[in-house]
Ligand binder design. Sequence first.
Ligand code: GLY
Ligand code: MN
Ligand code: MN
Length: 449
Amino acid sequence: MNSSTYSSIKPDTRAKKGHSVHAQRRRQIMKMMGDNAIAILPAAPVLLRNRDVEHSFRQDSDFYYLSGFPEPEAVIVLIPGRPQGEYILFCRQRDKLKETWNGYRYGPEGAVAHFDADDAYPIDDLEDILPGLMEHSESVYYTIGLNPDFDKHVLNCVNSLRKASRGGVHVPYEFVSLEYLLHDMRLFKSREELRLMRKAAKISVQAHIKAMRACQPGVGEYQLEAEILYEFNRNGAGWAYPSIVGGGANSCILHYTENSRILKDGDVVLIDAGAEYDGYAADITRTFPVNGRYSPPQKEIYDLVLEAQEAAFKTLKPGNHWNDPHNAVVKTLTKGMVELGLLKGKPAQLIKDAAYTQYYMHRTGHWLGMDVHDVGDYKVDDEWRLLEKGMTLTVEPGLYIPAGSRGAKRWANIGVRIEDDIVITADGYELLTKGLPRTTAEVEAVMNA
Ligand code: GLY
Ligand code: MN
Ligand code: MN
């Protein structure tokens, strides 16, 4: 949540205590943790941009998933089975002066009233109170190393228990990463999460259409970025990741984000941009001709990437494995590149030798959710994970042919990626990013309407 989506976060005041989606998730994770355990999750840190200016605050995804609490300087503590209360939230206290400068704070009272906490305490009291909460636990579910400043607080708490251990105080004896349990939960999207992802996708689709319509020779990459961001913000969303708007040679730079050049007649422009809506991301790429008509070489590359995406789509159903779409893409692209003359040799051998990586150097997708590259294991017991209902992912084949590639002059500076978002359903998949032109004819029709 950057500043614009931040304002869309509201506590779920309609839900009765214990009935919010967050309460259900906390119950589920606590059941997996079992008794004799404590989980500790800090909010995201505030990051400085320059001197007195901060980056807009974006809550940590795990923290938000379990609490819906939007503020920095907060800590979730979960203690399954604790009779006095299982869910404790530490947060900033109300402060009239600070709220005048920087905005509303819920304070511990608000954390109990609006966010279902059984108890809430000022964040400044963390090191006084947390050791007592840890004392009866054998396992501490805390992911060390992600937030070194906060690690120190947790270690101080453990050490203060150690000091008191001669007086009979119990010290937890193991640290366990919470991610293992939590990220598997986050991998499977609920109905409510899918609603938010459809919304993020819909806003992003509108933004890409707006950029297609605004595109013409002489327009700056930054101006198309502005069209995209306008559409995100206008709809109460923000960006899920910095937008990539690359024309010509820049279309071949995978993580190009300067977006500073003027678009030229005869070039393609690649836009990879997705909205974040109430914490959930979309991730879409389209590549279109700056002048509104694909040239024959541009169409050759585009149609091949599209064919590869179609081949990947065919593999999307429960029971197939994570790598099936990638294998389908590699097979289609390699065969097509041989037919075009971009690669020379037998497709099977070229795949074995990974020759395709000269022009297709990334994977075909990733999990998508609160994080654009979302959490969840891709392999289980060293085997590719099987696709299951409720998993959300991207399908994003591409080909990138920078000028100077040997024997590829015809396609110089054509970089094409087509990226869509899908959810696996009971018997196949649903395209979350529907409504956005994909074929060359559809893109040209929108650009020239
Ligand atoms: N936008 C980042 C990606 O496509 O993975
Ligand atoms: Mn992606
Ligand atoms: Mn992308």
